[in-house]
Design a protein around this ligand. Structure first.
Ligand SMILES: *Cc1c(COP(=O)(O)O)cnc(C)c1O
Length: 448
């Protein structure tokens, strides 16, 4: 596999001195967003022009560095599709939703999404270095009138202080790494003052859109707040340049474990072989593929959607075929706020009380004999079982296995199935005569 190459600049930038090109402030202030500006750097087609001239479309901004990764002669360039809008964005689709993950409903205070028992998502800005056309948060991201809000931040900190079950805070947005360094440092300082917050994570596409932002100075600042983890967002091998590799190297040397989250996008990376190249290149730059997301049901992103089965096919083509470190989890973020659900090929074929039948990636079918003398784990003598953290209302299937609960019922289940009660209520109202159901029949039993 070739080593990452220094990215080429689009010809329009040939005369920009290196010290400007490599300065993230220059990259930010020279972002492209109008038809005229973009067309000068990258000749646009009619569909793109139509979208860029339309009003009400999700914000466009592209760094000179990132637009330079596009091959102007390839109409299907995978980088192009991620940042240049086309008129396909204007096409609504069935099942389209504004806030498909129900994040707003899960927000105890503005900008804080508390969905899971022990961790929160904290939206610290609405700004990004460039805007992905399939953004799941396009309902709030990109609004130029809104950036970091001090008042909301104070409310978020207050909630976190009062909520000791939160041990993991995920900073996202928008992109936390476009914040002024002083503000980001203040956010991290304030989070670190809360003793029960064990880890802080950042989700950022800045290293991909503008790798020059990942200066040594920034890495030194971040390293003061360990344990700090960071996920980048790369979708296609063409985004893995020498500049990105160097930015990741600086972060890794600063002790920040790096992961990657990508989105499965039709026409961009919906191919086992593109994905193999992507995950292998990521591991070479010490970035661990973390999640591959099914595209959300977000307005403007209909043309990027693939069947869920495409993701299963991709995992089938990765697991066993390449390093386990290179295999992400394929995730469907459940519409309606159900959260992240992993989906994968089936490896278990059958089972009996003493054996399970498994298949591997090659189709080799094997048996695993279960132990006949397994001594059951005893929660009564296990210190960890005794001191487990409560997950009020969210123990889920684990709660069933633990014996804490015996069933999980949909809301209204009891009322729907209270046929016996209905019989009594109707009998009382003398509107219904019970049929003569004999003893032993499947009918409801009289309890009195
Ligand atoms: C994705 C997400 C997280 C983090 O989930 P992990 O599976 O731990 O990476 C936390 N909160 C919300 C609301 C999320 O959407």
């Amino acid at each position: 596999m070739p080593t990452p190459i220094v990215s080429k600049r689009a010809p329009a930038y040939a005369d920009v001195p290196d010290e400007k090109w490599n300065d993230w402030r220059w990259q930010l202030s020279h972002r492209l967003n109008t038809v005229e500006e973009i067309d000068k750097v990258l000749p646009l087609n009619e569909s793109e022009k139509k979208a860029l001239n339309a009003s009400g479309l999700f914000r466009v901004d592209i760094t000179p560095y990132f637009i330079s990764l596009i091959d102007p002669n390839d109409p299907d360039d995978p980088v192009r599709k991620q940042v240049i809008p086309t008129d396909a964005e204007m096409v609504p689709f069935t099942a389209m939703m504004e806030d498909s993950l129900a994040e707003d409903r899960h927000s105890p205070v503005p900008g804080l999404v508390h969905r899971y028992p022990d961790r929160v998502l904290m939206l610290v800005t609405t700004q990004c270095a460039s805007y992905c056309r399939y953004c799941t948060r396009s309902r709030i991201v990109g609004d130029p009138g809104q950036t970091f809000s001090r008042q909301e931040f104070e409310m978020q900190i207050e909630y976190l202080k009062r909520t000791p079950q939160v041990r993991d805070v995920l900073l996202s947005g928008g992109d936390p790494l476009v914040l002024a360094p002083k503000i980001l440092e203040e956010i991290l300082t304030r989070l670190r003052e809360i003793p029960h917050i064990e880890i802080v994570r950042i989700g950022s596409r800045v290293p991909v859109f503008m790798p020059m932002r990942i200066t040594q100075e920034l890495c030194d600042m971040l390293a003061k707040f360990h344990p700090l983890w960071l996920n980048i967002h790369v979708n296609h091998p063409n985004e893995i340049t020498k500049e990105l590799a160097e930015a990741c190297d600086r972060m890794t040397r600063a002790g920040i474990p790096l992961g990657n989250q990508s989105v499965l996008l039709a026409g961009v990376n919906d191919c086992v072989h593109i994905q193999r190249e992507l995950v292998q290149k990521l591991t070479r730059i010490r970035v661990r593929p973390y999640y591959l997301y099914q595209c959300d049901l977000v307005e403007g992103a209909g043309h990027f959607r693939t069947p869920v089965a495409k993701g299963i096919e991709i995992i089938e083509g990765l697991r066993g075929h390449t390093s386990g470190y290179a295999v992400p989890q394929f995730i469907v973020d459940a519409p309606g706020g159900g959260g992240k659900i992993p989906v994968m090929p089936n490896y278990q074929i059958s089972a009996s009380d003493h054996k399970i039948i498994l298949r591997n990636y090659e189709g080799y079918v094997t048996t695993y004999e279960e132990p006949t003398d397994y001594k059951m784990h005893d929660p009564k003598t296990c210190k960890f079982c005794q001191s487990k953290r409560p997950e009020v209302g969210q123990t889920g299937i684990t709660g069933l296995l633990d014996g804490e609960d015996m069933f999980i019922k949909p809301v209204g289940f009891d009322e729907t199935h209270d046929r016996h009660g209905i019989q009594h209520r109707l009998k009382d109202e003398k509107k219904w005569q019970p049929l003569g159901i004999g003893a032993g029949d499947a009918g409801p039993k009289e309890e009195e």
